[in-house]
Ligand binder design. Structure first.
Ligand code: SF4
Ligand code: SF4
Length: 66
């Protein structure tokens, strides 16, 4: 059984920039005041820093069984 990680940015994201600044793998990108974008999900290490540091709980790291 293997897992991959899905990153989901929710509609309440305000584009504060914390997640794409903190991500150590360059998975996320964005422009200030616009919803964050997922650039390369396959590089995600599952550190959960984005999810744990978003002040709006607007980004989720979801393990998907594949
Ligand atoms: S930290 Fe949260 S609110 Fe800020 S850009 Fe990322 S997902 Fe959006
Ligand atoms: S879990 Fe870590 S590596 Fe994956 S997108 Fe979030 S901050 Fe980046």
């Amino acid at each position: 059984m293997t897992f991959r990680l899905k990153i989901e940015v929710l509609s309440n994201c305000i584009g504060c920039g914390i997640c794409w600044t903190i991500c150590p793998k360059g998975v996320l990108t964005g422009k200030l005041r616009e919803r964050a974008s997922v650039l390369n999900e396959s590089l995600c290490s599952g550190c959960f820093s984005c999810q744990n540091n978003c002040p709006y709980s607007a980004i989720k790291v979801i393990p998907i069984q594949s």
